[in-house]
Design a protein around this ligand. Sequence first.
Ligand code: ATP
Ligand code: MG
Length: 335
Amino acid sequence: MKKRILTGDRPTGRLHLGHYVGSLLNRVKLQDEYETYVLIADVQALTDNFDNPEKVRENVLQVAMDNLAVGVDPKKSNIYIQSMIPEVADLTVYYSNLVTIARLQRNPTVKTEISQKKALFGEDGGSVTYGFLGYPISQAADITAFNADLVPVGEDQLPLIEQCREIVRKFNSLYGEVLKEPEALVGEVARLKGLDGNTKMGKSLGNAIYIGDSEEETIKKINNAVTDPNKIKKDDPAEPNVCMVAYYHSIFSKNEYEDICKECRAGVRGCVNCKRQLADNINNELSGIREKRKYYENHVDEVKEILKQGTANARIITKETLKNVKKAMKIDYFE
Ligand code: ATP
Ligand code: MG
């Protein structure tokens, strides 16, 4: 039997280069080897976007198209919508008893996300609902509903996987060995930084190059990226370690990176050309993906059908897990 992967994204916006290097490439690479379930986490997106359901709904399709565009193959992987799997909501309720409020408040991912919200939207934006504080529990339900072996994620998600493992251990020790402890798999770039120098490129942070951006949008964003503030004139020497353009070159222009740094430090590399070279490399890498995305944008019904089928396949597994969980908890009354 193949091992299982559970992974996914929140439909809070289209997917960006951080997703691409952090998680999507692993998904595509591993989909032959693993039985793969790709979650579109609309319930989780609503925890901090409950006042904007249109945004979440629209982005369910966008995130599905991004996944399909990069090569998640619906013949091999199941892309499904979280809210259409009621078993996950059931599991979340049962797991809620196993997690203290203090533990949720200490979760580093939750803490960082709350402080980012405060920085973006002021103190009010940082006020925390019961639903948001509890999202690590529903994420544990997502993962364990499939008894997933492996969870490809970006580095920011590691504390959530750890919390999921804790829930599994607690559940199994109380009710018997039913759930599997998942392993996280971090991508080649654990945490891609933002164009603005933020430690993370994020949909909700306004510092991203999206997979579906046009070539022109990509060029424009790179032109506005943070560079060495001490470099004023074209021939001034500069320090690549403080320049976001150099940082992206290290990921998207690997072969040229050493020369780029030498030339930058020697003051023989102007920023205009350097940015253009980066934009060209990223645009080249994404050109096939963007073409495929255009196809799906023009065939939305096909995307909806893929989601419907993926969700139906997913439920076969989650129903089975819920049955086992309820039996272990002695609440399997009429089956
Ligand atoms: P939001 O700001 O709404 O939380 P996000 O950009 O963090 O959006 P998610 O949908 O929360 O995106 O994350 C989906 C997956 O992509 C997660 O595994 C996450 O760790 C990974 N990921 C997101 N941003 C990055 C990044 N900058 N570098 C590496 N991985 C990332
Ligand atoms: Mg996130």
